[in-house]
Design a binder for this molecule. Structure first.
Ligand SMILES: [Zn+2]
Length: 350
C-alpha cells in the first residue's frame, strides 16, 4: 500500500466521504467506525485517507494537507500515532501477538498530543481472545483514539464488536466508475477492450483488476486463451495443454475456463455480441457455437461443463490434493467433445 497522502476519495465513495467530513466538522464523530464493503473495492483506501485526515496538523476542507510533520510521518510510513493491524504472512487470522501490540498502543499516549488511529483490517478474522482484547478497547476507548475496522463480511463480525461501532456500508462501484479508475491505475497502457476484460476477470472489483494487471495476469490469460483456441482448432492435444499448466497454473486455467463458459452461456442465451469481448473470444465462439447446432442442447452442454469446472475448482481448493494433470485433461477433453459434437451434428444436418 502506497503511503501517498490521499487527496480525493474514490469516486464511488464520494457521498460517504462527505458524510464523514460532515460528522467531523460538527463534532459528531463516533470513536469507532466499521467500514463494510466488498473485497477489493477500496475500503482500505477510505480508512487510510480518514486516518491521514484525522492525524494531520492542519487539514484542508476534505483531506490532509500533505506537508505538516504528521503528514510527512505518514508519507514515510512511520507515524507512531497510526497503528495498522492486519493478517500477516499469508495467515487469514489476526494473531494474539498483534492484538498485544494493539493493547500496548492503547496504553501509551499520543506522540503529537493529537489524535491516534487504529486501522484493523479484516475484523471478521479475529480469534476469541483477540476479539476480547479489542472489545475492551472499544468499551473503554482512550479519548484520543479512533478505531477504523474493516470487513468484507459484516455478518461474520461479532455482534458485540459491531454494536460498538458506527457502520459505514461503502457501495460497490458502477462498471463505468471501475473502468475509469482502472484506466488511470494502469497508466492508460491498456486498450479499452482489454480493460473491460481485466475487470471481468477481477469480477468487477477494480482494485483486484489493478493487482492482476501488475502481476501480468492479463498477458497470462491471453496466452492461455490462445492455447485453448489451438486446442479447439485441433492444433494442440488436451494432454499437452494440461501438462503445460497443471504444475503451477491449474487454478488460473480453471478460472479462465469458468470465465469463458460463463460468457459463452450468456452469448448462447441472449445472442448479444457485446458479451464476446476479445478476438480470441469471438474465434472461440465461432469454433464452438455452430449456429446449425441445436441451441438449447448446446447451452445445456455448456452449463454442464461449467458445473464440472466448478466442482474441479472446489476440489482444488480442498485438502483432498487432486491430480491436477488428470483433472485438466478430463475437462479439456470434454471441451473438445463439444466441438466434435458440433461438427458431427452439422454433417448430420446436411
Ligand atoms: Zn498535514
Amino acid at each position: 500500500m502506497s503511503n501517498d497522502i490521499l487527496q480525493n476519495p474514490l469516486t464511488w465513495h464520494q457521498a460517504a466521504w462527505l458524510n464523514t467530513i460532515k460528522q467531523f466538522r460538527s463534532g459528531q464523530m463516533p470513536h469507532a467506525y466499521l467500514l463494510s464493503a466488498e473485497a477489493d473495492t477500496g475500503k482500505r483506501l477510505y480508512a487510510i485517507m480518514l486516518a491521514q485526515f484525522l492525524l494531520c496538523c492542519s487539514p484542508g476542507p476534505q483531506a490532509a494537507c500533505g506537508s505538516c510533520p504528521m503528514c510527512l510521518l505518514n508519507k514515510a510510513g512511520s507515524n507512531p500515532d497510526l497503528l495498522i493491524v492486519e493478517p500477516e504472512d499469508g495467515s487469514k487470522i489476526i494473531k494474539v501477538e498483534q492484538i498485544r501490540d494493539l493493547k500496548k498502543f492503547l496504553e501509551t499516549s499520543s506522540h503529537s498530543f493529537g489524535k491516534r488511529v487504529i486501522i484493523l483490517d479484516s475484523a471478521e478474522n479475529l480469534g476469541v481472545s483477540s476479539a476480547n482484547a479489542l472489545l475492551k478497547g472499544l468499551e473503554e476507548p482512550p479519548a484520543d483514539v479512533m478505531f477504523i475496522l474493516l470487513t468484507d463480511r459484516p455478518k461474520a463480525v461479532l455482534a458485540t464488536i459491531t454494536s460498538r461501532c458506527q457502520v459505514i456500508s461503502l457501495p460497490r462501484p458502477e462498471r463505468e466508475q471501475s473502468l475509469a479508475w482502472l484506466r488511470i491505475a494502469t497508466n492508460e497502457a491498456v486498450t479499452a477492450s482489454n480493460l473491460s476484460l481485466l475487470l471481468d476477470f477481477a469480477q468487477g472489483r477494480p482494485l483486484a483488476g489493478k493487482a492482476m494487471y501488475e502481476s501480468g495476469t492479463l498477458e497470462q490469460q491471453q496466452e492461455m486463451g490462445d492455447a485453448l483456441l489451438q486446442l479447439l482448432e485441433s492444433r494442440l492435444h488436451p494432454c499437452n495443454l494440461a501438462s503445460r499448466y497443471a504444475k503451477t497454473q491449474t487454478g488460473d486455467m480453471l478460472r479462465l475456463l469458468l470465465y469463458w463458459l460463463n460468457v459463452l452461456c450468456k452469448y448462447q442465451l441472449t445472442g448479444a455480441e457485446e458479451h464476446l469481448k476479445s478476438d480470441t473470444m469471438r474465434r472461440i465462439s465461432a469454433t464452438l457455437l455452430n449456429p446449425a447446432y441445436d441451441r438449447d442442447a448446446h447451452t445445456r452442454a455448456l452449463f454442464s461443463l461449467y458445473n464440472e469446472v466448478v466442482v474441479a475448482q472446489t476440489q482444488l481448493g480442498s485438502t483432498s490434493n487432486p491430480n491436477a494433470q488428470l483433472m485438466l485433461e478430463d475437462l479439456l477433453m470434454q471441451l473438445n467433445r463439444l466441438v466434435r459434437m458440433n461438427s458431427h451434428n452439422t454433417s448430420g444436418l446436411r
